[in-house]
Design a protein around this ligand. Structure first.
Ligand code: ATP
Length: 300
């Protein structure tokens, strides 16, 4: 059997009386892009830093590329690339110098120009890091993580603070890494990011995994899959039989049978000679699932 890239069993971490991670199990296969999602304080950074070997654990079994990160082995670190939320590269060096320097620490680094190309930094290669924009600096962090040609990359909130186009570029870079066969473990607050990138994801709330699977599996896991939203002219009143919710002027119907529900609704509207204003039919999104699961976690 092929060994997974990451395997956690019963991982626990307490900071004094605070139990930040309460016995989680996770498995990430090689070549997968895996996203860990969760609200502030859920335990994402704690989990990732334990995997990286930057924090100790209170209990549980952890395997990263077959190594126990608690042992702080150089052989493991040489196979990892890490992008932290904040990093400190020497800002007086040029982009190329930074990547070259980091590449020098590894036995089999990736070609520096290739790393600069992959991270979209080709045009900035000879500029000092100090002169770059926030988003460009973040790309330097990614280039640093790639310099050693790692098998497994940890990206902690890789696009926080990016403008929309920089985010899309970062997504392309991450997809490029997946195409090279790298395993990517990322944390994010952005549902669209997880949906766009991750083969599988896990949602963590209060130190507990509340769901795992592909985005499609998680979205399909609920009982109601489609949402119909509309407004009505002030004179119209929707009959109670529709079991619709009303939020100020917007009506909302959740249904597993959208064709049937739409038929009934439009039939009623035609009969009542009223218009369904701003009519919208949307699938339940990952964000809906996330909000539901993390809210339930918070109430426990
Ligand atoms: P965010 O999205 O805000 O980065 P997170 O999911 O990464 O949050 P963690 O940073 O892992 O969450 O924190 C989980 C819990 O552990 C929080 O309650 C936090 O206050 C606590 N915690 C984290 N680091 C420490 C520490 N060094 N000492 C004490 N408590 C800590």
């Amino acid at each position: 059997m092929i060994q997974p890239a990451v395997e956690l069993r019963g991982l626990r971490k307490s900071y004094g009386a605070t139990e930040a991670v309460c016995g989680i199990d996770l498995r990430v296969e090689r070549g997968e892009v895996f996203a860990l999602l969760g609200p502030n304080g859920a335990g994402k950074t704690t989990t990732v830093e334990i995997l990286e070997g930057h924090r100790s654990r209170s209990a549980g079994e952890v395997s990263v590329l077959g190594h126990d990160p608690g042992r702080n082995e150089r052989a493991m670190k040489q196979r990892l690339g890490i992008v932290l939320q904040q990093t400190g590269v020497d800002e007086y060096l040029t982009v190329r110098e930074v990547v070259q320097m980091v590449a020098g620490y590894y036995p089999r680094p990736r070609d520096v120009d290739e790393v600069l190309g992959l991270t979209g930094l080709g045009d900035q290669a000879d500029r000092r890091v100090k002169k770059l924009s926030g988003g460009q600096k973040r790309r330097v962090d990614l280039a640093v993580a790639l310099a050693g040609d790692p098998e497994l990359l940890f990206l902690d909130e890789p696009t926080t603070g990016f403008d929309p186009s920089a985010r899309r570029q970062a997504w392309e870079t991450i997809r490029g890494l997946a195409a090279l066969g790298k395993t990517v473990f990322l944390t994010t607050h952005f549902m669209d990011e997880a949906q766009a990138l991750a083969d599988r994801l896990a949602i963590i709330a209060d130190g507990t995994i509340v769901a795992t699977g592909s985005a499609d599996e998680l979205i399909g896991a609920g009982s109601t899959s489609t949402r119909i939203r509309f407004r009505l002219p002030e004179t119209a009143e929707l009959p109670d039989t529709f079991a619709a919710r009303r939020d100020i002027s917007v009506w909302e119907i959740e249904t597993d049978e959208p064709t049937h529900a739409l038929h009934e609704l439009t039939e009623w509207a035609l009969g009542a000679e009223t218009e369904l204003l701003d009519l919208e039919v949307t699938r339940r999104s990952l964000e809906d699932v996330y909000l539901q699961l993390t809210a339930e976690g918070g109430e426990q």
